[in-house]
Design a protein around this ligand. Structure first.
Ligand code: 4NP
Length: 155
């Protein structure tokens, strides 16, 4: 059965579009469905931030066609796992949960992998360096997620 993974940040224009693109690139779309959303609705309908598009392109991933959407409580039913980029996103999502089953679906992305930090920092107000760092953190976590999900296929 297909595993459905939702990547969530605040604006859905910097971090979670990268997480969506990176995990898609590492997994078979027949096996894993990946989407992303933001807890805030500032940028609904917009394409990802050009700095995220640029860093993804540098590593061979095209995220330019993605469109921003806001996280919705419907997502608790639609997705198996919801990865928050930082603790603020995590708490905003948890505040919308109704039951234990929904709470258990929500994780911090960097719980996966062995990064020395627990949150993917918000790069929006910084420079290109921040986007490179964000890419590396997300990429490391997605390697771990992809390894787990791809091996499920053989179960
Ligand atoms: P993201 O970054 O949560 O990684 O998409 C942000 C994008 C936009 C804003 C903040 C963070 N904003 O305030 O508009």
């Amino acid at each position: 059965m297909q595993t459905k993974v939702l990547m969530v940040c605040l604006g859905n224009i910097c971090r979670s579009p990268l997480a969506e693109g990176i995990l898609k690139a590492k997994t078979d779309s027949q096996v894993v469905f990946v989407d992303s959303a933001g807890t805030a609705g500032y940028h609904i309908g917009n394409n990802p931030d050009m700095r995220s598009v640029a860093v993804a392109k540098k590593y061979g991933i095209d995220i330019s066609g993605q469109r921003c959407r806001k996280f919705s409580t419907i997502d608790f039913a639609q997705f198996d796992v919801i990865y928050a980029m930082d603790l603020s996103n995590y708490h905003d999502i948890i505040a919308l949960t109704d039951d234990k089953n929904e709470i258990e679906k929500v994780k911090l992305l960097l719980e996966e992998g062995n990064a020395s930090v627990s949150e993917v920092p918000d790069p929006y107000y910084g420079g290109a360096d921040g986007f490179e760092e964000v890419y590396k953190l997300i990429n490391q976590a997605c390697n771990m997620i992809a390894k787990k999900l791809n091996s499920k296929r053989s179960l």
